[in-house]
Design a protein around this ligand. Structure first.
Ligand code: NDP
Length: 257
């Protein structure tokens, strides 16, 4: 594929697939969830805020298969709460066909020398440890799927360091490492693992990082969902270990020599 502009997903692309999206209550996660439902997926909507989650559930149930709401604060959740989420999916569906690790936080833009240590730990926990724990809990259910797709979210600073991006930058490097290790471990199984860089997108996180920027100059989250549909659906079956750019459709792959 040369670009996502060449990709036109059919309406029933994701029929019968059960896909969990973290951070589904705003920004990119919300736009992706809407499009997954529209294309036939049963989406497990993850969020930390009960009221926001209910609003999204009510909106999305009108668009396609009834979604499931799953509340979990990735900063504070303990083992029992991860187990509860795992049990919910196991009891309802007995498998999971897609897992989109989208939730994340920016932390502060600050030099390492002054970076708040508690905030550093929080960013690493929400952006790296929580996706690891969730993946570890859900892998048995993903292995029950004939074609499971795990998608991690990286960033423009996920493989190149940039001054002042501190914990966020380090967490995205770690995300890419986690995705690469898991892709290698899942080779020759029905589980594939890729990671995606959304690129600059008009969301709350982008606004926090670039407060002086005019948001109208940025693409909306709705304009990048094709990449997610492609990577979560059957058209990308067998693809694993790749880094994708949501905007251009370019992909790169790192392999062990
Ligand atoms: P948003 O801030 O709009 O969305 C982040 C999501 O993560 C929200 O739904 C938020 O929930 C959720 N979240 C944050 N903390 C927690 C927590 N403790 N527990 C549960 N959920 C939590 O940002 P984006 O949509 O822009 O970001 C989505 C992903 O894309 C992130 O991984 C980000 O790093 C990445 N990205 C974004 C880019 C951009 O330009 N926008 C560029 C490159 C990468 P709540 O609404 O309750 O806060």
């Amino acid at each position: 594929m040369r670009s996502w502009a060449d990709y036109s997903p059919r309406n029933d692309l994701l029929d019968g697939r059960v896909i969990l999206v973290t951070g589904a209550t705003s920004g990119i996660g919300l736009a992706v969830s809407r499009d997954l439902v529209r294309h036939g997926a049963t989406v497990v909507l993850h969020g930390r805020d009960a009221a926001a989650l209910e609003n999204v559930y009510n909106e999305l149930k009108e668009l396609g298969p009834e979604p499931v709401a799953a509340q979990l604060d990735l900063e504070r959740a303990q083992g029992q709460e991860y187990q509860h989420l795992t049990d919910l999916i196991a009891e309802r569906f007995e498998r999971l066909d897609g897992l989109v690790h989208n939730a994340g936080i920016l932390g502060d833009l600050s030099p390492i020398e002054h970076y708040d240590i508690g905030l550093w730990q929080k960013v690493m926990h929400v952006n790296v440890n929580a996706p690891f724990i969730l993946t570890r809990c859900l892998l048995p259910l993903l292995h029950q799927s004939k074609d499971a797709s795990i998608l991690f979210t990286t960033s423009g600073v996920g493989n190149v360091g940039r001054a002042f991006w501190g914990a966020y930058c380090a967490s995205k490097f770690a995300t890419e490492g986690l995705a690469q290790v898991l892709a290698d471990e899942c080779e020759n199984t029905s589980v594939r693992v890729n990671y995606i860089n959304p690129g600059s997108t008009r969301t709350g996180m982008r606004r926090k990082a670039f407060p002086a920027e005019d948001p109208d100059t940025l693409p909306a989250p709705e304009s990048i969902t094709a990449a997610y549909l492609y990577l979560l659906g059957p058209d990308s079956a067998g693809m694993s270990g790749n880094r994708f750019e949501a905007r251009s459709g370019k992909s790169t792959r790192k392999t062990v020599a």
